[in-house]
Design a protein around this ligand. Structure first.
Ligand SMILES: [Fe+2]
Length: 196
């Protein structure tokens, strides 16, 4: 596999990730309680649409079609976001769950763009590098804005009554998730023991 094909794969992954976000960001925006957070998600949705268009330009430049890879990583992160939206937390604690989900998507994309930029750079694809850097800059700025919006929300959440009861998994999804977490622990247990 040539480095150019690796680049095309990475870019298709990012293209799928951005398209998935075009679909999921409106749900986060709709769910957010804090108006600043809501507005941030709405603004980033518009930016994300622009990023999809920039990625299409990258593919045009490469003479390749943008589809062909589904980004399962982003699918998982988006699913975590949907779980956050279904949490029966209230007020600022609920928004805190959405912030966690949104920051995961941003940092996943930042990692993807950094990887693609390094590859495009080593291939001497300056035009592609500069288009990708525009997307990367928007992701980094979005992550920063979400982090600063989180501050007052966290302060508010800390003042809300703290329910310390362990919630029992209710839906079948929650039950599967709880069961798998125990399997994860068992699978890692012997290695963790060796390491400590
Ligand atoms: Fe994005």
């Amino acid at each position: 596999m040539s480095l150019r094909s690796v680049l095309v794969d990475e870019l298709r992954d990012l293209y799928s990730a951005e398209n998935q976000l075009v679909k999921s960001l409106p749900k986060l925006a709709k769910g957010a309680i804090d108006p600043t957070l809501k507005e941030l998600f709405e603004t980033h949705l518009e930016e994300t649409k622009g990023q999809v268009i920039r990625l299409r330009q990258v593919f045009e430049h490469l003479g390749k079609k943008p589809t062909g890879e589904h980004c399962s990583g982003m699918e998982g992160i988006v699913e975590e976001g949907s779980d956050a939206l279904e949490k029966d937390e209230e007020g600022a604690a609920f928004d805190t769950c959405l912030i966690g989900a949104a920051l995961r998507t941003e940092h996943y994309e930042i990692a993807g763009y950094n990887a693609a930029i390094s590859i495009a750079d080593s291939l001497g694809e300056d035009e592609i590098v500069s288009l990708l850097k525009e997307n990367l800059a928007e992701e980094e700025a979005a992550a920063k804005k979400i982090t600063s919006a989180a501050q007052p929300i966290l302060e508010q959440a800390a003042e809300e009554p703290q329910d310390e009861d362990e919630k029992k998994p209710k839906s079948s999804h929650e039950k599967t998730s709880a069961r798998k977490s125990v399997q994860d622990e068992h699978a890692a247990a012997s290695s963790v023991r060796k390491a400590s």
